[in-house]
Design a protein around this ligand. Structure first.
Ligand SMILES: C[S@@+](CC[C@H](N)C(=O)[O-])C[C@H]1O[C@@H](n2cnc3c(N)ncnc32)[C@H](O)[C@@H]1O
Length: 277
C-alpha cells in the first residue's frame, strides 16, 4: 500500500522550503493555497511519495504521507496531547506488543490511543475511557481521520473508576489523567499478574503521589519514575550545536509491575537503581 503513488482522498504533508508544514487531504480538482503560492492537488495526486512539487510562485514543496508523530502534532485537539517523545517512551516502557490488551484513560484528543492502536495491531485491543463527551467525539474523529474504521478499539464514555470493574483482564494499563493514585486499587483488579501499569502526569507532586501509592500497595513492584528530555541538534557545516529551543519538560512517566500480593508486608522495594545498567 505505502509504495503506491499519492492517492485522491488520502492525507498528505506538504513541507515548503522554510520547513513549514501543511497537512491536507488530497481532493481531485482542488487547490492548496499559502503565502508561498498555490498548488493544484492534481499535481500531487499520482506522484510517488517523497516527490517535490512546485507552487505557482515556483517554490518547491516536499509531498509526504505524514508519520503518526506528524499527524498527532497537527491534528485537532480538545485536551492537551502527549508529545511524540513521550509516546515513544510509553510504548516501550509499557512494553505494548501486537495482540496486547490495553486499558487506557483518559482518551483526551486520542494521541496516545492512536499510538496504542498501532502497537497492539489488529489482534490486540485498546479499551479507552473518557469522561467528557466532547473529548471522546474529538478523539474518535481524529482516529477515523488517521485510520478510517478501526476494529481493535472500545471507547467507553464515563469516569474510568465507574467502569473499570466491568472489564475483562488486560495486559497493560496506561493512565493520562490528573489523579491516577485514586485508581491503583481498581486497576489492580483488572490488570493481570505480570502486567504493566504506566501513568503519565505533568507535575512531580503528582508523580510523588502515584509512586507513593504504588509503593504502599502489595500488588505492585518495580516502581520507577522518569522524564524524557529530547534535545535536537543543528548540524550544518561548522554550526554544530544544540537548537536554541527545545521541548524540555512535558510530563513524568511512572511504571510499575503488577505482582501477586504476599501476606503481610508490601513487596520489597526494588527500584531502577537495582537494575543492571
Ligand atoms: C490530558 S488529557 C489526555 C490526553 C491524551 N492522552 C492524548 O494524548 O490525547 C486527560 C483526559 O482525561 C480525562 N479524564 C480525567 N479524569 C478522568 C476519569 N476519571 N475518567 C475518564 N477520563 C478522565 C479528561 O477529560 C481528559 O480528556
Amino acid at each position: 500500500m505505502k509504495e503506491l503513488p499519492l492517492q485522491d482522498g488520502e492525507q498528505v504533508l506538504l513541507i515548503d522550503q522554510r520547513g513549514k508544514r501543511h497537512l491536507l487531504f488530497l481532493r481531485k480538482s482542488e487547490t492548496f493555497h499559502s503565502d508561498r503560492g498555490w498548488i493544484s492537488h492534481d499535481a500531487v495526486i499520482g506522484q510517488p511519495e517523497g516527490s517535490w512539487v512546485r507552487s505557482s510562485m515556483g517554490l518547491r514543496h516536499l509531498a509526504l504521507r505524514p508519520t503518526l508523530a506528524e499527524f498527532v502534532l497537527d491534528m485537532p485537539r480538545g485536551a492537551q496531547v502527549i508529545y511524540p517523545k513521550d509516546l515513544a517512551m510509553i510504548l516501550f516502557w509499557a512494553d505494548v506488543y501486537p495482540g496486547c490488551r490495553v486499558l487506557e484513560a483518559g482518551t483526551g484528543s486520542g494521541a496516545l490511543t492512536l499510538a496504542l492502536l498501532r502497537a497492539v495491531g489488529s489482534e490486540g485491543r485498546v479499551i479507552t475511557f473518557e469522561q467528557r463527551d466532547e473529548f471522546a467525539r474529538r478523539a474518535l474523529a481524529n482516529i477515523h481521520m488517521r485510520c478510517g474504521e478501526v476494529t481493535n478499539l472500545t471507547m467507553r464514555l464515563g469516569p474510568v473508576e465507574e467502569g473499570v470493574g466491568d472489564e475483562e483482564p488486560v495486559d497493560r494499563v496506561v493512565l493520562d489523567l490528573p489523579e491516577p493514585w485514586r485508581l491503583t486499587q481498581a486497576v489492580a483488579r483488572v490488570l493481570r499478574p505480570g502486567g504493566i501499569f504506566l501513568s503519565y502526569v505533568p507535575t512531580i507532586i503528582q508523580s510523588h503521589q502515584i509512586a507513593e501509592a504504588l509503593n504502599r500497595e502489595r500488588e505492585w513492584a518495580l516502581v520507577e519514575t522518569f522524564e524524557t528530555l529530547y534535545r535536537p541538534w543543528n548540524i550544518e557545516g561548522t554550526s554544530v550545536r544544540p537548537f536554541h529551543r527545545m521541548v524540555a519538560h512535558t510530563g513524568f512517566i511512572t511504571v510499575a509491575r503488577r505482582v501477586m500480593p504476599e501476606e503481610g508486608a508490601p513487596a520489597p522495594r526494588l527500584t531502577a537503581s537495582d537494575r543492571d545498567e
